[in-house]
Design a protein. Structure first.
Length: 133
């Protein structure tokens, strides 16, 4: 007769996360042992566990859980970074569009054939901008 025992699910307690400036792909997590008496270092390269100092057989639960934690961290960072870049670009181009709108309308209306801003002095630029208003 077979009996099955249900093992309690262990969770990783992270003490510190270290990322190397020289190679951002390398990450070391310092984690607490399941009994809370020791600390181990778990090494990740490109989000995959490559080693752990714990005495268990490999792959240990430290590596497996830290892979998931690191993947979630990278995904949230990517999303927040992309959102921040999109917001910055949107603000930049909205501001530029407001500045260029009178000029574009003047060009479309046939009032201006060509403007070379680099050849105009500061006072000439001010006069040109005033004539668009």
């Amino acid at each position: 007769m077979k009996t099955s025992t249900k093992q309690a699910t262990k969770t990783v307690v992270i003490i510190a996360r270290i990322q190397f400036k020289s190679d951002a792909r390398k990450v070391v997590y310092i984690v607490r042992s399941s009994d809370g008496t020791k600390t181990y270092q778990t090494y990740l390269l490109n989000g995959k566990a490559t080693g752990c100092q714990c005495p268990s057989r490999k792959p240990c639960y430290h590596g497996l859980q830290l892979e998931q934690i690191e993947a979630a961290r990278v995904a949230s960072y990517d999303k927040s970074y992309k959102d921040a870049v999109a917001e910055t670009l949107n603000a930049f181009y909205s501001e530029r569009a407001e500045q260029l709108d009178p000029m574009v309308n003047a060009i479309r209306g046939g009032r201006i054939v060509e403007v070379r801003w680099s050849t105009l002095s500061e006072s000439e630029r001010c006069e040109a901008n005033a004539s668009f208003a």
